[in-house]
Ligand binder design. Structure first.
Ligand code: DGT
Ligand code: CA
Ligand code: CA
Ligand code: ZN
Length: 579
């Protein structure tokens, strides 16, 4: 899938650079095309080999863009993109990761002040140069200064959706290497953390050198950072991959150790100590009759190590799903046989948040419905944006337009093989009001209400007010956070969840890899307080329904069982709940 990501990244850069130059319309087209390509379930190079016309059949990919995709696949470069980059030699990703700085601002700051890097930006803000620019002011300048530190910290970590396809590629490759007997991801990527510092891969083998050689040869065009006899690190499309090779007899112990988290490992190791056992990356050892348990790594009798299940078993624990290993109660729960039965992708039957080209989506109603059917859903809700706070550039539909759309959604439902629910994504104002007329909300099957503006400070009162609204079914991306971009609203999740449970309002786990909002720990609090969650993709293109996997991972990190998740209900059950 990596080629697809590469192409998508290029198209996004293209969009940013065009936007920086104030080009109208085109940036949106490039972003929509990028989203399509990123979500494709087939390799883009295969389509490109069939020619431009075949590529041009993809949703949101027109003639101009298909030509560029083919050019990239064939030559490894897009000439026009290189020209744009030369005209605007800025660190676009770093600069736009500062909240409030979009590509257009980057363009202005480069033109006016020659800002190319985060350091330049900081210097310009500190020198008071930004407030002097037309359209900027002291407040904007201060916001930029505040955002730089957050952006610097955040920029070091990769989104799970960027890392996981690379991790899968590494697994694919290594499973074909004869010397590799066992292969697993470890570390934060195995725990499905929303962002990862690096991709950890563990191999069980008796011939570490053969595995390391195969791995570094395979990576040849990429950058090998380090290579030893049983370890190697390299950079794969911008993501650091750490490989470790261990003896197959110790694979389970190493997998347990290198999956982490560190705080989970500390809690598990303490349990071992209480039982006169020594737990480390080499195994579980009975040290009850050993004079000095610290005399070496492998002292005492080995009681487990080959398999991870055996490691937990030796400590009288059920095996702990990697997503739970954050020291949030899973160690005592596993010891008591009380771990939750986590929700799975297979248990989910639909998606209740998606957009079409009526608002800012890339595809028609019919195409989006087909996309939902293609991933096996029984139902999908079309929830285009309503106008209101945070909707800029004419993206949101006013009540008249929503009324116009409604019969078309009913028609789509008649024609489709799956159920199409008519919905809207309304905006929650700073006072908690919902931006669509009540009688219209009442006519719709699904109302998502989301915060889209003023996304700082405490948002609990706003969200609680929206959750109490009788027509609101779902609070969308409740905090409004964007990973590596902005932390979003502060929310007292327990209070919100309690109100939501009383009013039969579900709290969304927005599966968009940039959001993953609510986050795992908040989901755990919400479920504990009795609230129902719903895993939605917020798809803006048919291919994005696949991203549900990231939302499911987040639900699992929040201890959610199938019964806690609204869209595990069949269509009939769901309609009964929605009323
Ligand atoms: P990341 O890469 O920053 O997203 O987070 P992780 O959790 O993947 O951390 P990483 O790559 O530094 O190390 C992988 C795992 O190895 C980590 O989750 C737990 C284990 N580990 C590494 N260093 C230590 C340590 O000093 N103590 C303990 N208990 N575990 C460690
Ligand atoms: Ca890691
Ligand atoms: Ca690592
Ligand atoms: Zn939204």
């Amino acid at each position: 899938m990596s080629r697809n990501d590469e192409v998508a990244n290029r198209l996004e850069t293209f969009a940013d650079l065009l936007e920086a130059q104030d080009v109208a319309y085109k940036p949106r087209a490039y972003r929509n095309a990028a989203e399509t390509v990123r979500g494709l379930s087939v390799a883009i190079e295969g389509l490109a080999a069939e020619g431009r016309d075949r590529v041009g059949e993809l949703d949101a990919v027109g003639d101009a863009i298909s030509a560029k995709i083919v050019e990239y696949v064939e030559t490894g470069e897009i000439e026009e993109l290189e020209r744009l980059r030369a005209e605007l030699p800025v660190e676009m990703d770093a600069l736009t990761s500062v909240e409030g700085v979009g590509p257009k601002t980057v363009g202005t700051l480069y033109e006016e002040l020659g800002v190319e890097t985060l350091d330049d930006l900081e210097a310009a803000a500190e020198a008071g140069e930004i407030r002097e620019l037309y359209g900027f002011g002291p407040k904007t300048e201060q916001n930029i200064l505040d955002g730089i530190e957050f952006a610097r910290e955040a920029h070091k970590r990769q989104l799970l959706a960027r890392a996981l396809p690379r991790g899968d590629r590494v697994l694919d490759f290594l499973s074909g290497v004869a010397a590799a007997e066992r292969v697993e991801l470890a570390g934060s990527i195995r725990r499905r953390n929303p962002t990862v510092g690096d991709v950890d891969v563990l191999v069980g083998s008796t011939d570490g050198e053969a595995v390391v050689d195969a791995f570094t040869d395979w990576a040849a065009p990429d950058r090998v950072l380090e290579a030893g006899t049983a370890k190697a690190s390299l950079r794969l499309d911008g993501v650091r991959v750490d490989l470790r090779v261990v003896d197959p007899a110790e694979f389970g112990a190493a997998l347990q150790y290198f999956t982490g988290s560190k705080s989970h490992n500390v809690a598990v190791r303490n349990r071992a100590l209480d039982r006169d056992l020594k737990l480390n990356e080499y195994g579980v050892f009975d040290v009850s009759t050993v004079a000095d348990p610290d005399a070496g790594q492998r002292v005492g009798e080995r009681v487990a190590g080959r398999d991870e299940t055996g490691v937990y078993g030796a400590l009288d624990m059920d095996p702990v799903p990697p997503e739970l290993r954050e020291d949030r109660g899973e160690v005592p729960a596993a010891a008591a046989g009380d771990l939750p039965t986590l929700v799975t992708r297979e248990a989910v039957c639909g998606d209740l948040h998606s957009h079409t080209s009526w608002s800012d989506g890339a595809a028609s109603i019919a195409e989006m419905v087909e996309g939902a059917a293609a991933v096996g859903h029984e139902y999908v809700a079309v929830t285009d944006h309503a106008t209101g706070p945070g909707m800029v550039g004419g993206v949101g539909l006013d009540d008249d337009r929503l009324r116009e759309q409604l019969p078309l959604l009913r028609e789509a439902d008649d024609e489709a093989s799956i159920d199409v629910l008519a919905g809207v994504e309304a905006n929650i104002g700073t006072d908690g009001t919902v931006s669509v007329a009540d009688n219209l909300l009442a006519a719709l099957d699904v109302v998502v209400a989301s915060p889209h503006a003023a996304l700082d400070g405490d948002g609990t009162d706003r969200l609680v007010a929206a959750a109490e609204h009788p027509a609101v079914d779902i609070i969308g991306h409740p905090t409004g956070r964007q990973l590596n971009r902005r932390p979003g609203l502060t929310v007292d999740v327990e209070r919100l969840a309690t109100v939501a449970a009383e009013h039969d309002t579900a709290l969304e786990i927005n599966a968009s890899p940039r959001r993953l909002d609510l986050r795992g720990s908040a989901v755990q609090t919400a479920v504990e307080a009795g609230a129902t969650v719903v895993v939605n993709t917020d798809a803006h293109a048919p291919a994005s329904y696949e991203q549900i996997r990231y939302g499911i991972a987040t639900a699992r990190r929040g201890w959610a069982e199938p019964g806690d998740v609204l869209n595990t209900r069949s269509a009939d059950e769901l309609l009964a709940v929605l009323g």
